[in-house]
Design a protein around this ligand. Structure first.
Ligand SMILES: O=C(O)c1ccccc1N[C@@H]1O[C@H](COP(=O)(O)O)[C@@H](O)[C@H]1O
Length: 200
């Protein structure tokens, strides 16, 4: 089970995610209570070992801004929310970074990772980063195929149930490992990674 912890903003939280065995770490570079500057993301990314994927998270920013900020942050991947068209992924391909497409369950049911030129696919709740769970059974008999992550309202308390219901390749969490909006809890990060790995 591939586990991504998103919205990190302190060295302590990054260290906790790495120590717990997270496979990917996300830095939010778009509008959010978790937003950090690309230079801050770069400082955090520099403490991440090569085997852990660093991801810069964006919303509807134009490709030129995504290129500028992702390059400044020195990350290994770019995650795009906001239902960008395939052309947006094609425009970023020459950056040499992994490309992550995040979409809603409604749009992603039956999708295949790679449909839009992405390397990883995320199925999220309609409001990214809101901590609102969605009905994983919406996927029904039509889950995505390939390398896709379940996100949206996950927490240590429900991640095992979510994995059993949706059978994703990976999981992604932000709100569910926080004590309050934008403030991560290292203990919750550790618990989330352990429970996700045990369930997968
Ligand atoms: O975390 C954010 O603040 C955020 C803001 C804008 C776009 C994406 C964001 N995070 C992504 O949202 C989901 C996790 O949400 P949740 O808080 O666990 O429900 C995940 O894909 C994050 O990468």
């Amino acid at each position: 089970m591939f586990v991504k912890i998103c919205g990190l903003s302190t060295a302590q939280d990054v260290a906790a995610a790495i120590a717990a065995g997270a496979d990917a770490i996300g830095f939010v570079l778009t509008e959010s209570p978790r937003r950090i500057e690309p230079a801050a993301a770069r400082r955090l990314a520099e403490q991440v070992p090569a085997g852990v994927l660093t991801v810069a998270v964006f919303g509807r920013e134009p490709s030129a801004e995504v290129r500028r900020a992702a390059t400044a942050a020195g990350v290994g991947a770019v995650q795009l929310h906001g239902d960008h068209p395939p052309a947006a992924f094609a425009e970023l391909r020459d950056l040499g970074l992994r490309l992550v497409r995040a979409t809603s369950a409604a749009a992603g049911a039956g999708a295949a990772c790679g449909d839009f030129g992405e390397d990883l696919l995320i199925l999220d709740s309609p409001v990214p980063g809101s901590g609102e769970p969605w009905d994983w059974s919406e996927l029904g008999a039509n889950p995505p195929s390939g390398s896709w992550m379940l996100a949206g309202g996950l927490s240590p308390a429900n991640v095992a149930e979510a994995i059993a219901a949706a059978r994703p390749w990976g999981v992604d969490v932000s709100s569910g490992v926080e004590v309050r909006r934008g403030v991560k809890d290292p203990a919750l990060i550790t618990e989330f990674v352990q429970r996700a790995k045990a369930a997968g």
